[in-house]
Ligand binder design. Sequence first.
Ligand code: SAM
Length: 339
Amino acid sequence: MIRDTFARPLRNLRLSVTDRCNLRCAYCMPEEEYAWLPRADILTFEEVARLVDVFASLGVEKVRLTGGEPLLRKDLPRLVKMIAAEPRIRDLAITTNGILLAQEAQALRDAGIQRVTVSLDTLKPDRFRALTRRDAYQQVLEGIEAVSGMGWPGLKLDTVVMRGVNDDEIADLIEFARRMGAELRFIEYMDVGGATRWSMDQVVSRADILERLGERYGRIEVIVEESSAPADRFRLPDGLIFGIISSTTAPFCQTCDRSRLTADGQWLLCLYATAGIDLRKYLRDGTSNGELAGLIRSAWEGRRDRGAEERLLLKDRQPLVQIGELKAKPHLEMHTRGG
Ligand code: SAM
């Protein structure tokens, strides 16, 4: 197990398998047109699997497939099978918007995905259309119901809470998750790349969320657990468990064991990092696995990133990157680096 300068292990890898998405969520992809990564730069499944093996040799045991929308990557179950064949990866998960999930769920499960997280910000079809600029609410619902109906354990729903947009649905979403047998996690609206319309006054904080749920349900219990998971977990008086990912107002950099690999092989040590390490170049120039492991090890051992905590210290917090710079540097986009 290798550790960075704050003794954080390298345990978790988020793999963005494509930068493409079939939604245009206002908080992530507010533009209609984007500059996509060149096709020739996208890592092949063999290249991704090779990197996963190298990361596993350094201690990575959890992999999450993301994007963009990961289910847009053609033949994804084949990649899942290749990663699942690495015995050191003991947790293989996917984060999806759910649009293509109903048709892919069984193949994903058969291939080795253990846990599914679906992003769902609203239960109102009109609001869904306004927020995502696509008419896909029904498909998302069918995707969630498909996973739930399969009795597939570990289903999570992730909701970005925004003031004046969907903060009136907090309890409704909790009740929906209960019906689906899913654990809901509220995510504070983050000032990441892509969120060019972010402002602090739209953030509904963890404290706010707890207060509102407390008014509705009564005393909420904090679940105390040792974990590097991004969500803090809570229990309602009736026993229902939910989570809050408070990256904006109460970041958890101190326990962050995550790094990210973009679909074209840029390795990022922090969600807020402005530059990554180009692993594609090494994959394609004959560098051996041992040399790759050495490169990754020395980068991790020098890691000092604590991006979300640094953002918290800013007095006048504005969007991380302005739209002009994002267009010139697509690797700064959330949909490129994988949320
Ligand atoms: N397409 C997949 C999905 O929708 O889940 C995976 C990629 S998406 C970028 C991953 C997660 O990032 C989603 O749950 C999304 O809501 C979240 N996200 C994107 N922009 C965000 C922002 N500005 N603040 C908080 N979460 C954000």
